[in-house]
Design a protein around this ligand. Structure first.
Ligand code: ADP
Ligand code: MG
Ligand code: ZN
Length: 474
């Protein structure tokens, strides 16, 4: 029996206004190579200056994962040549990173919790982008020098499920802190997966393979699955020694296999040395005080939703997984909707009507609008059943909720006077049944309620009808 051992390196692009060491804007959907300057183009003589905002966001992250924030951290030069890196080196933090020794808790399927240790999070500069067009390749340096926080876990994960739980938790933390857009498709949350296997019970770590830059949770799961199978096959075939080497591999989504990309460099190959052009990064007491006060995190929000709104653990987990949906729910609460109905109408009715990938920003129904519908249910203006028609109609038509209720004739009659008149008429027309009821055939209650509902074309409030019919028959 084998055990899977996985450690992750996640590069999150920090959402600062300007780059890490210069004042170029970080938005890169501009014309190629326009968001550049002598510093990020690495022209001789141009010197880097640390963007303090990067340090602020690093403190926030470190606080969120209960890590040590090093008051003095240092930059190092990692030498390598790529066409999209004009300096031929990357500025990173090898020896003393800004954040060290943190941890993050994941919630396993069986209800238990597991702690994944975070070895470190260090600041580094991103490279530019190579763009391949037919036979020629071009380089766009708009992204060069964009700040990254590389978050390195210990090899504590034992399955792809744990990997996905860790990544989702990490993703929601950086979104809650608003330190990164963390958009996987756009490359602002890039994951490198280090995978090895070992016989169960063995404490030692075996050779790991690094699978680089997989841009969706689904592919990460698949890549782990096929890589683990490859390593186990090799072990069982007795070819583990020859076949499994410490190297960087690519995941081929089409062929569903991992392929060798390059041999893994040893640290010595990078000729790391302290960056001579930069001072140490200093976190002052004042800075620490200010940025270690972080907003409510996903786990805290989830616990609060459970206690404050009597929400199930499951719903609270679903709603707080995305900050945007959590805020949507909180807006509904602020608008005065009841928690019980708001939970159902958001998680079942609205989300059930939206196809995957729709966010609160792209939803045709705003939190205010859904709250208006829920409040109409709460105060019995409309029935829950009628509310479904209102929501369906509102999905297609930009119209006020009151106007929709009016137009579709869905207003419930709770006016007791009007309902009493209807009950009187129906009793008068069915005196025989009234006698039978009074003679003990209590099942007939349903008949009278049904008749009143029918007479009101479904608009009478069933609860009120029930009360009045019971009273009058007695
Ligand atoms: P490097 O900096 O050379 O890439 P690190 O020791 O910093 O190497 O580890 C990088 C990542 O690989 C970390 O997330 C770590 O947890 C993980 N890792 C290290 N050894 C193993 C192993 N044997 N199996 C799985 N993951 C590992
Ligand atoms: Mg690495
Ligand atoms: Zn620049």
């Amino acid at each position: 029996m084998f055990e899977v051992v996985i450690g992750l390196e996640v590069h999150t692009q920090l959402n600062t206004n300007t780059k890490l060491f210069c004042s170029c804007p970080t938005s890169f959907n501009h014309t190629q190579n326009t968001n550049t300057c002598p510093t990020c183009l690495a022209l001789p003589g141009a010197l880097p200056v640390l963007n303090k905002e990067v340090l602020h966001k690093s403190i926030m992250f470190g606080t969120a994962v209960d890590a040590t924030i090093n008051r003095d951290s240092y930059f190092d030069r990692k030498s390598y040549f790529y066409p999209d890196s004009p300096s031929s080196y990357q500025i990173t933090q090898l020896y003393t990173p800004v954040v060290e020794h943190g941890s993050l808790e994941i919630d396993l399927e069986d209800g238990s919790k597991k702690t994944i240790r975070i070895n470190r999070a260090h600041i580094e500069a991103d490279a530019g982008k190579n763009i391949h067009e037919g036979d020629i390749s071009k380089v766009d340096l708009n992204r060069a020098g964009t700040p990254l926080l590389e978050i390195v876990s210990e090899p504590d994960m034992r399955s792809s499920d744990e990997v996905i739980l860790y990544l989702k938790k990490l993703h929601s933390i950086v979104r809650y802190l608003d330190i990164s857009d963390a958009n996987m498709q756009e490359g602002s949350f890039r994951v490198d997966v280090n995978v090895s296997i070992r016989p169960k019970g063995d404490e030692k770590l075996y050779t790991r393979v690094e699978i680089k830059n997989i841009n969706s949770f689904k592919f990460i799961e698949k890549a782990i699955e096929v890589e683990v199978a490859r390593q186990i096959d090799a072990w069982e075939d007795g070819t583990y020694e020859e076949e499994i080497a410490q190297e960087t591999r690519l995941f081929d989504q089409v062929k569903q296999e991992t392929r060798s990309m390059r041999g893994k460099e040893e640290a010595a190959d990078y000729r790391y040395f302290p960056e001579p052009d930069l001072l140490k990064a200093v976190v002052s007491d004042e800075m620490f005080e200010k940025y270690s006060k972080i907003p409510e995190l996903p786990d805290e929000k989830r616990a609060r939703f459970v206690s404050e709104y009597n929400m199930s653990e499951y719903n609270a987990g679903v709603l707080t997984a995305s900050l945007e949906w959590a805020k949507y729910f909180e807006t509904m609460m602020a608008e005065g909707a009841s928690a019980k109905n708001a939970i159902t109408w958001l998680t079942v009715e609205l989300q059930g009507r939206l196809s995957g990938g729709i966010t609160p920003e792209t939803s045709p129904i705003s939190a205010q609008t859904l709250a208006t519908i829920v409040k109409a249910i709460d105060d019995k203006t409309i029935s829950g059943k009628a509310a479904k028609d209102v929501l369906d109609y509102r999905m297609e038509n930009e119209m006020e909720i009151d106007a929709i209720i009016e137009k579709l004739g869905l207003k419930q009659v709770s006016d007791t006077g009007a309902i009493e008149t209807m009950v009187d008429e129906i009793m008068a027309a069915n005196m025989d049944k009234v006698e039978q009821y009074r003679g003990g055939k209590e099942k007939l209650l349903g008949f009278f309620v049904g008749q009143v509902m029918k007479a009101s074309k479904g608009s009478a409030n069933p609860q009120v009808v029930n009360e009045i019919v019971t009273k009058k028959l007695a």
